[in-house]
Design a protein around this ligand. Sequence first.
Ligand SMILES: [Zn+2]
Length: 464
Amino acid sequence: MSAYRRILSVLVCTFLGWAVALAAHKAILAAQTAPAYVDPEIQAALHEISPGEAQSDIEKLVSFETRATISAQDADSIRAGRGIGAAREWIRGELERYSRECTGCLEVRTDDFTQPASERVPAPVRITNVYAVLKGTNAEDAKRMVLVTGHYDSRNSDALDGKGFAPGANDDASGTTVSLECARVLSKLKFPATIVFLTVAGEEQGLYGSKHFAELAKSQGWDLEAVLNNDIVGGDKSPGQDAKVIRVFSESIPDSASEAEIRMIRTLGGESDSPSRELARYISQTAHIYGLAVSPVLEFRRDRYLRGGDHTSFNQQGYAAVRLTEFRENFNRQHQNVRTENGIEYGDLPKFVDFDYVANVARINAATLAALASAPGPPENVHLETKGLDNDSTLRWSAPADGRAASYEVLWRATAAPDWEHSEQVNTGTTATLPVSKDNVIFAVQAVDEAGHRSLPIVPSPQR
Ligand SMILES: [Zn+2]
């Protein structure tokens, strides 16, 4: 072989080597999330959620005239169907009815306490959270819980008015209805993990109900994987509303993070990967998988600008919790006495609520709860190897304790990308090495069961 040919041959081989390496690299970078699994039972349950039910629930809640936390809850008022006591008893009755229809599958409970006087509580008041538990069927998975909540209390222009009309159709009979609809349709199914359907009071006085409940969950060691707070999900029908989307707010740095944890988040560039934010991404992915009519819009902040809600109570206890809220709020119809001034209608009435929208939001919630409650637990001890400097990345993890993980998905995205861009399926073992630099991407691993249900993704911590 002439020198010329030898050089040519070396060049060709080198080029081919590069081309193969480049192609492999591109194939991995281009590997989109594997085909998503649509569970036919979950799909059928979503079809059962109905705008008609949403409408009758919201109108019933409005019929109590006021659900102010400081409104009446004595026996006579309950009998007369007026005040927060009557609303509470009606919600309890609905949950008990759903339970009878599934031969007692729900445990209907209340969490009662006396809230001492405070800025918006003129005298000590009894606050009652009403909830139902659909216990998981698998002993190990039943310890894992997912929760949906809305607040059933309401208010008008004056937070201290316990008597005047306070319909609260959108804020937050709509969110209460989401919890009830999820309970009604999902109680007909069985899930390995536990689902909690919650409605709280005291929100308008200072998030008191959710605070008490989140503390109760923490003190009893509940393994709450996900909390979905629905507040103002009525899809107010004013111009400018976008009934095709719902905002999902998630905190960046966890409220409960210690100083050491915050330092680690800074070091790793993990500001956009709190468990709450992974939950928000999971909700978005689930809505997409089930082809739902309303799409989640990820909002990378804890709540609306300078405002708060019940999910924060759960964040404070270290739980992943997000807030779902309609795209555009009409502030003439929140926390306002019902009246007309200069031709403008004020007040939170059912006629402004889009019941189709409420049903669609309930479907997003039900799909997420059902998908998570069907999935195996998330992978444990998820680590990214950092022994030496390397442009490949090796991840290691251990199987979830329920033994139901049949495979895993490694997800990744560019550091500046808002949502997962790529995935690689791992069918055997609990380790993966990818030709992707950990410097340029964020990784996570999720467990997948035999059927295809996926757990929440877990972001690795570094391990030397
Ligand atoms: Zn609210």
